[in-house]
Ligand binder design. Structure first.
Ligand code: SAH
Length: 207
């Protein structure tokens, strides 16, 4: 998977490729789908949600430009797979999930793998996670209509925020924002993507 789907498609951050090789994706996929765990596709994880495609997880991690010492915020814990990869790339990961059942499941899986530097929280991630702010990097793994103001506020100077943004549910552009020293943001588009909706106060309606 790492050679064909990741390095073969232009991902070249050695730390990201190593983390992707080390984290067992099958541990985060329902037992019935274990045979497909290393195919480069999203898979259902319950509660209508998905574990992201490996290529996209790696692309987002690379875009965060992590050196190892960072404090990272992830919005959308889902299966916990992305958090497990981030845990190998940064010092501390806070991950927020709105569906309590998924958060509990992810927490259990991370603990079973001995991942000690991820804290999973239940809440509306469009409001950020102020308790541990500021963050050197923020990644949102669900697609919203705009970048929530709270997340911009919680980004440290020079911090990177990667998020799928689109005016239609279902299709987004993957954006990277970088906070400048003067407080402003530089923005660039990295790819066209399709994520499940980010639901919440600064996302799509919850019902
Ligand atoms: N990173 C995950 C992918 C999860 S899919 C993985 O590796 O498996 C996106 C997740 O975002 C879903 O679990 C969904 O419930 C969650 N989500 C959607 N809106 C949210 C919000 N406002 N706050 C927190 N989590 C949210």
């Amino acid at each position: 998977m790492v050679e064909l789907d990741l390095a073969g498609r232009g991902l070249d951050d050695a730390r990201v490729l190593a983390a992707m090789a080390e984290v067992p994706r099958e541990a985060f996929v329902p037992a019935a789908l274990h045979e497909q765990a290393y195919a480069d596709q999203p898979l259902p994880i319950g509660a209508g949600q998905t574990i992201s495609q490996p290529y996209i997880v790696a692309l987002m991690c690379q875009a965060l430009q992590l050196g190892g010492g960072e404090r990272v915020l992830e919005i959308g814990t889902g299966s916990g797979y992305g958090a497990a990869v981030l845990a190998r790339l940064a010092a501390q990961v806070h991950s927020v999930e709105r569906i309590a059942e998924l958060a509990a499941d992810a927490q259990q899986k991370l603990a079973a793998l001995g991942v000690g530097n991820v804290q999973v929280h239940v809440g509306d991630g469009t409001l950020g996670w102020p308790d541990a702010a500021p963050y050197d990097a923020i990644v949102v793994t669900a697609g919203g209509p705009l970048v929530p103001a709270a997340l911009k506020d919680e980004l440290a100077p020079q911090g990177r925020l990667v998020m799928p943004v689109g005016e239609q549910r279902g299709w987004q552009q993957l954006l990277r924002l970088r906070r400048r020293a003067d407080g402003g943001f530089d923005s660039e588009t990295l790819a066209d993507v399709a994520f499940v909706p980010l639901k919440g106060a600064q996302g799509w309606p919850t019902s």
